[in-house]
Design a protein around this ligand. Structure first.
Ligand SMILES: C[S@@+](CC[C@H](N)C(=O)[O-])C[C@H]1O[C@@H](n2cnc3c(N)ncnc32)[C@H](O)[C@@H]1O
Length: 243
């Protein structure tokens, strides 16, 4: 999926990887971005079970409030595939003793069975099934036998763009950026995001299908009652090693 592309507004070809590595207006304004990352950090921090835990936020994006997670654990690793995102993370968190920003090589080199919590939030919709399966194998390798893999913000098979729009407007209403959110929806309509979403698509899962994939990669997964982030129509799975 990531390899395919569409012609974007600047006339060049783009896939999801290029989209995230470029300049985009996925957050309707600064307040939306800040509230989004605060909420994500708060929800990830709530999943940390001990202050001795080593945690990886995989596909972390800007992770603007990552220090709130780092305060709750022994070490927080941040990894994002987009090189420009990695650069920004290094600028922001380079001096934080409890945060390590990983390159792809340092992620591979990380000792096996060293993580207590591996989080992939709002990521797997941008991956093909095969890429998600590679991610499951990576998590299986890096997690301790007692560790947990959390895959969240998974789009249900029967969801549509209207569910996402409603969730954004609700978040905007609560967060005091409702009108910016409404305007943002209009500009999304003309954006590269919508073009990619319509052409390449987003990967969705029926709960039983994703649970089968977890089991095929030696994880026992249960669907959690809530989700990380504001969109509670999406799904979160908590998986532990062992078929
Ligand atoms: C929707 S953003 C989610 C960011 C963050 N997890 C959050 O919840 O706000 C998706 C992120 O996943 C990253 N990404 C996409 N494919 C990836 C991959 N194969 N491995 C790691 N990161 C990836 C993108 O660069 C982007 O920053």
């Amino acid at each position: 999926m990531l390899g395919r592309g569409v012609e974007c507004s600047r006339g060049s070809w783009m896939n999801w990887r290029d989209f995230w590595n470029g300049t985009h207006a996925i957050y309707v304004n600064e307040r939306h971005g800040a509230l989004h990352y605060d909420r994500i950090a708060k929800d990830i921090a709530a999943l940390v079970q001990s202050d001795d835990d080593c945690v990886l936020d995989y596909g972390c994006g800007q992770a603007e409030s990552a220090d709130a997670v780092a305060r709750r654990c022994a070490m927080l690793y941040l990894y994002d595939a987009a090189p420009k995102v990695q650069d920004r993370l290094r600028l922001r968190f380079g001096r934080d003793e409890k945060i390590v920003v990983l390159s792809t090589a340092s992620l591979e080199a990380m000792s096996d069975h060293s993580l207590d919590l591996f989080v992939a939030n709002s990521l797997i919709q941008y991956l093909s099934h095969a890429e998600f399966e590679e991610l499951l194998d990576l998590a299986r390798r890096k997690l301790k036998p007692t560790g947990r893999l959390v895959v969240a913000d998974v789009i249900p098979a029967d969801a549509n763009a209207i569910d996402d729009a409603k969730a954004l407007l609700g978040f905007g209403w609560q967060g005091g950026f409702f009108f910016a959110a409404a305007l943002g929806l209009v500009s999304t309509f003309f954006s590269d995001y919508r073009k990619l979403r319509e052409t390449i698509g987003l990967t969705r899962y029926a709960p039983q299908d994703i649970e089968t994939l977890f089991a095929a990669h030696q994880f026992k997964a249960v669907r959690a009652p809530g989700n990380i982030g504001h969109n509670q129509a999406r799904m979160m799975f908590i998986a532990t090693p062992g078929a």
